[in-house]
Design a protein around this ligand. Structure first.
Ligand code: RUB
Length: 355
């Protein structure tokens, strides 16, 4: 059995929820579009199919699409028997699927650079690299979960937005849910408010599914209820994930995050993002330089193919928004919790990590 298959078997025996794995020459992924009603495993036979799965959001979340970079490039190497030109083309295809989450870009670049400089067998070298990336990401989840859980007190109600969880990451809890899962596993009595997250409903469909799986008490709210809940004392803290953090600490995350952060500031509620050093983009100085993905307006005028607005209604779907660093209380990473001044303190993190 290949190293990368052994890894998946080992992970499946632990209490992990895996978004993607390699099996018998194919990639397998849990179709997130069908959650929570169906746990359907899709078989991916080519890099084109993987690109389409990312575009359609069958697999999504910045951590999980980062892993697609590792698995996808490995698949391209395996199928082409290590043809570096084909591997590069596969990298370009994957990077063109979704622009905002930096993990995908970084992971693809890391894999392609490894292929270009491989001394021995390219396929084996990339298999080892992919395993290293997957294990590293999982380790980040355990570590950032531990640091983040220190911020959570017994009895806290924590609000989260979108889905920043195991299936959006490497399987423990992704980013925000690693914090919540670790606090829960430490025996803290917590309650989570999950925003449904229009229009794709990741909060209602996937976060609620995972919170149920992990046994964490939770309440579903629609996105526009967050201000009311904060203002009436129902929420103690907010923890969200991150698709990209710029060098000055501005945060790109699922659209709606910014309005929650504004309401949190007004109501004196700590607002945290859980992330890892891999999601901090030191090449992007501030949030206004981050490309926000614009998705098809049909995704707003329809829910699962059913129209909810009159024929001909125009709609807009920026998939992410930018929360400026002044609204952020702390950035939870695998190295600890970073606070303001962010530019300076994130810079120190950069000196310590090489990812
Ligand atoms: C997912 C999303 C999540 C982030 C952050 O967007 O915005 O909140 O990925 O979570 P989409 P994490 O569903 O459009 O991919 O940091 O855990 O990835």
């Amino acid at each position: 059995m290949r190293l990368i298959e052994e890894l998946a078997n080992r992970h499946r025996e632990s209490e992990l929820a895996l978004p993607i794995w390699f099996e018998n020459g194919r990639l397998k992924l849990l179709d997130q579009l069908k959650l929570p009603f169906e746990e359907d495993i899709q078989s991916i036979a080519s890099i084109e199919e993987l690109g389409e799965a990312i575009r359609s959001m069958m697999i999504r979340g910045s951590g999980a699409i980062g892993l697609c970079g590792a698995y996808g490039i490995y698949l391209a190497a395996y199928q082409s028997k290590g043809d570096v030109e084909k591997i590069r083309q596969a990298g370009d295809l994957l990077k063109s699927t979704r622009p905002t989450a930096v993990n995908l870009m970084k992971t693809v670049d890391e894999m392609v650079a490894t292929a270009s400089s491989a001394q021995g067998d390219v396929v084996e070298t990339l298999e080892q690299k992919a395993v290293e990336i997957i294990e590293r990401q999982l380790e980040f989840e355990y570590q950032l979960g531990k640091y983040g859980a220190e911020l959570i007190e017994d009895g806290d109600t924590i609000m989260t937005h979108c889905h920043s969880g195991a299936l959006g990451g490497a399987g423990y809890g992704g980013r925000a849910l690693s914090v919540l899962r670790a606090a829960h596993e430490q025996g803290k009595n917590i309650h989570v408010f999950t925003c449904e997250t229009r229009p794709y409903l990741q909060g209602a469909r996937i976060t609620a599914y995972e919170l149920k799986k992990f046994g964490i008490p939770h309440t579903l709210i629609t996105d526009n209820m967050s201000g009311f809940c904060m203002n009436t004392g129902k929420i103690d803290k907010i923890v969200v994930g991150s698709d990209r953090v710029s060098a000055n600490g501005d945060l790109a995350n699922k659209v709606g995050t910014y309005m929650h952060a504004l309401a949190a500031k007004e109501n004196g509620i700590p607002f945290y993002t859980a992330t890892s050093s891999h999601t901090i983009d030191f090449d992007t100085p501030s949030g206004d330089a981050i490309e926000v993905e614009m998705r098809n307006a049909d995704e707003v005028t329809q829910i699962k193919g059913v129209r909810i607005a009159p024929e001909g209604t125009s709609a807009l779907y920026p998939s992410f928004d930018i929360t400026p660093n002044k609204l952020i209380s702390g950035i939870i990473t695998e190295k600890g919790v970073i606070t303001a001044p962010f530019e300076q303190n994130l810079g120190r993190l950069n000196e310590k990590v090489n990812v």
